[in-house]
Design a protein around this ligand. Sequence first.
Ligand code: OAD
Length: 288
Amino acid sequence: IKSKAPTFKSIAKGIRNGSYRKIIIMAGAGISVASGIPDFRSPKTGLYNNLKKYNLPYPEAIFDIQYFVEKPQPFFTLAKELYPGNFEPTPVHHFFRLLQDNNVLKRVYTQNIDTLERRAGVLPHKLVESHGSFANATCVNCSEEYDCEDIKKDVMKSKIPRCKYCKEGIIKPNITFFGEGLPEKFWWYESDFPKADLLIVLGTSLSVLPFGSLIEKVPKTCHRLLINNVEVAVNNSLGYKDPKLQGFKFNEKNNTRDAKKIGDCQKSILEFIQMCGWEKQYKKLLKK
Ligand code: OAD
């Protein structure tokens, strides 16, 4: 029998009847746009197109560790705008929580630093903040550790937070900058991904590696669902496509694993939640 490619609908049906029990999420900035946080690469609204006021040599410099140690102000100006506490989780974040509550969530891998997955109640052992987060901070000089709240006052006053102990180091939120290693938890993917039976990719351009390349790490039989407002491929940020990376198989005749839902991810996920039969649970979550 020739197996058919899954669809948005067939996958929701599969969740409903218990066919998927080890679901992995890969998420990016697109899932938090509805809460008021811009993404990075959307043509007009993305952060990287709105950094003129910071006079950066190139947009990604705002998250470049070399640049930061010399000129931390642009990053902290941005941090003030994006600081956790001012934003609420979206339906997509609540959906992650529903997967967890229904015991079918293997793990959420997010690239987001806004801590909205935590706010939605995704438990620490179910969550991999692959590019770190604002939740904690470290002195770049003596490595003393701080909590997000410790430096909030300074950040909100546009003051660069300095270490109380060594008196000179800048306190940097534990966000992974370009030029830094990824958090240890990221490597959980090595044992997680081979076990997945469904991968859902939401709100990411997949243009930052190695994160984007993880879509290749699930078994060949694992269904993959993309929920995004544009089609994406695994490219690096310079647009270079690594020939070793295969990407989604949407347009191929022999596609037996990939499905997509192109459009606003919040709208799509509300439809999906309904098809999963979780509408009541969802409404209950919102009341809490
Ligand atoms: P990008 O800005 O690169 O991609 C966001 C994706 O979400 C794009 O494909 C958008 O079209 C899509 N999108 C935006 N709004 C949407 C909506 N309402 N519904 C559906 N899709 C929507 O963001 P990331 O892929 O997360 O690194 O970027 C990856 C990394 O690049 C980030 O983690 C960040 C950045 O440099 C660090 O912070 C270290």
